[in-house]
Ligand binder design. Structure first.
Ligand SMILES: Cc1ncc(C[n+]2csc(CCOP(=O)(O)OP(=O)(O)O)c2C)c(N)n1
Ligand SMILES: [Mg+2]
Length: 570
């Protein structure tokens, strides 16, 4: 059996799939075996898209995302997607071909120091030096990808290892089923710390829970929502943490950080901030100003290195989110009825503030403005996307608009932005990964025209695979976020390298054999979405929005912001 077939048999042993990649000579025996074994393995048009698609698949299922690339340019094209997975804690295994060891460093074609290039972009890089170790090292790859904070593992396979043959034992190809998905194992903080946390939560009168993406990595949304309800504990979320509790839940305080509805004020007034599965990075903390200095923080995270990085916690809970929240719930159960009762006026106040915010912006969600406003777009999505719907969001404005104004309707990951690295270009491959992860669930993706331009070729992939999703191209003929910042920093008209050519993306889609709908008027948006949601196959909605950089920033309105001296304001 070839090394390539052994790799394929190991992926089969882990019930892996779908896998995205682009081949080269080095991994051909793997491709041949993938064909013979009917692995769910798909050609993609750019390796970066392969890793993005695998990332979205893994974010939605918890299962290990899979991708492959050939040596050299294939390998280097992986870097951006790998860093997304690394920073976001996405479990992933990526096969990469490498040069024949009998000829390496003799100017072999496409040879590079790819292991050195990939190493800081991956949780682990495993080089396969002996064909007989393929089963063992693939087991290692899945273990590392799914344990601790999950992450991407690169398996680097020299050509001669992949093409060599070896007489594997028939039972060589097995894997621990626990490592097919993350988290493979779960841990809890020490008893004394959990008891202290329970005491702090029981005593707090204005507590707030800040949920990050770690909640979803731990598949903890239902557990967290039940806990919040048991104590009447309001929950705010990061972009990635959206869905820790349904956005429509009365206890939801919405997004916090750079953009928020009511959450930042609640955090400022809180007497206890319970940070859960959140790194408290720049965006979540509005450049390290939220929570304010002096806030009492209890921080629960799987990665102890995150404690104290940006905010000093009063108490650090080192553990898995779901296990720890469940344990806190058990500990507090005897007092939960009393706490819930006592906290009722606070919960009602939060719900009232949120309702007041919603009432104040209802006109924005339904605006008839032309060009179509982003508020209207979000209103249409909130109205038309079913509770099991998934919204993918690209790295530019899309994630901020969606994070702020889109409402998930049930706990769980219904909103998938690429906030690990916030690269633009995630929207289309993300939709491909989501459509494969959740067949039958409606998938909509929000991308900028710049991000879409990067990935146009993947429309061919989506059509070839017969995937069903709707991608909305927010067409502002600009690198909008950049242009809006230039407007803020340098004033009206002082734009450079942020304009895109006027383009009709519906016609682009048509030319690639994909249904395209251009929307220029607000009344046409809802019907276009309905067409996309009913269509079998991909649909591109080319949504013409404002070209005025003064009106682009996320908010219920497309906000105009005053420049404040010295710091980044948006
Ligand atoms: C790969 C990459 N390059 C550059 C950036 C910096 N950046 C952030 S937002 C943005 C504008 C993106 O334009 P578009 O996709 O059209 O989205 P818009 O902001 O116009 O909605 C850019 C270039 C990035 N996030 N990722
Ligand atoms: Mg744009």
């Amino acid at each position: 059996m070839t090394g390539g077939e052994a790799l394929a048999r190991m992926i089969q042993a882990f019930h892996g799939g779908p896998m995205f990649g682009m081949g080269g000579f080095q991994l051909l025996p793997f491709y041949d075996a993938a064909r013979r074994l009917s692995l769910e393995h798909h050609l993609i048009n750019d390796e970066r898209a392969a890793v993005f698609a695998a990332d979205a698949y893994a974010k939605l299922t918890g299962r290990v995302g899979l991708a492959d690339a050939t040596l050299g340019p294939g390998a280097t094209n992986l870097v951006t997607g790998l860093v997304e997975a690394l920073n976001a804690g996405t479990p992933m295994v990526v096969l990469v071909g490498d040069s024949h060891r009998g000829h390496s460093w003799k100017n072999m074609t496409q040879e590079s120091r790819q292991i050195d290039i990939l190493r800081p972009a991956a949780k682990e890089v495993i080089r396969v030096e002996q064909i007989e170790r393929i089963p063992e090292l693939m087991r290692r790859a899945f273990r590392v990808a799914t344990s601790g904070r999950p992450g991407p593992v690169v398996v680097d396979v020299p050509e001669d290892v992949c093409h060599a043959t070896y007489g594997f034992e028939p039972d060589a190809f097995s894997g621990d089923p626990a490592t097919e998905a993350a988290p493979a194992v779960r841990c809890r903080p020490d008893v004394a710390s959990v008891e202290r946390a329970a005491g702090l939560l029981a005593a707090a009168r204005r507590p707030i829970l800040l949920a990050g993406g770690g909640v979803h990595l731990s598949q903890a949304a239902d557990t967290l929502a039940a806990f919040a309800h048991a104590l009447n504990l309001p929950v705010a979320h990061t972009m990635t943490g959206k869905g820790a509790i349904a956005c429509t839940d009365p206890l939801s305080a919405g997004l916090f950080g750079r953009y928020d509805r009511i959450a930042n004020a609640l955090i400022a007034e809180a007497d206890l901030v319970f940070v859960v599965g959140c790194k408290l990075g720049e965006i979540a903390t509005k450049r390290f100003t939220v929570p304010p200095k002096g806030a009492r923080i209890v921080h629960l995270d799987l990665l102890p290195e995150e404690f104290g990085r940006t905010n000093e916690p009063e108490l650090a809970l080192w553990g898995d989110v779901r296990e720890t929240i469940a344990e806190l719930h058990r500990l507090l159960a005897p007092q939960a009825g009393d706490i819930r009762q006592r906290q009722m006026p606070y919960a009602v106040e939060v719900a009232r503030r949120h309702a007041a915010w919603k009432a104040g912006v209802v006109g924005k969600y339904t605006s008839d403005e032309v060009p179509v406003s982003m508020g209207r777009l979000m209103g249409e999505l909130n109205q038309r996307l079913a509770p099991d719907g998934i919204l993918i969001a690209d790295g530019g404005f899309a994630a901020h608009w969606g994070g702020l104004l889109f409402d998930t309707k049930r706990p769980g990951r219904g909103f998938v932005p690429d906030r690990g690295f916030a690269s633009i270009g995630y929207g289309l491959p993300g939709a491909i990964g989501a459509a494969l992860a959740a067949p039958g669930r409606p998938v909509v993706s929000l991308t900028g025209d710049g991000g879409f331009n990067m990935m146009l070729g993947e429309l061919e992939t989506a059509r070839r695979l017969g995937l069903t999703f709707t991608i909305i191209v927010v067409n502002n003929a600009a690198s909008g976020y950049v242009k809006a910042l230039q407007h803020l920093m340098y004033g009206s008209g002082a734009y450079h390298a942020s304009d895109l050519a006027e383009t009709n993306y519906a016609r682009v889609a048509d030319a690639l054999g994909v249904r395209g709908i251009r929307v220029e008027r607000p009344g046409d948006l809802g019907p276009a979405l309905e067409v996309g949601l009913a269509e079998r196959g991909p649909t591109v909605i080319d949504l013409v929005v404002t070209r005025d950089p003064a009106k682009m920033l996320p908010g219920v309105d497309n906000r105009t912001v005053q420049v404040k001296k010295g710091d980044r304001v948006a």
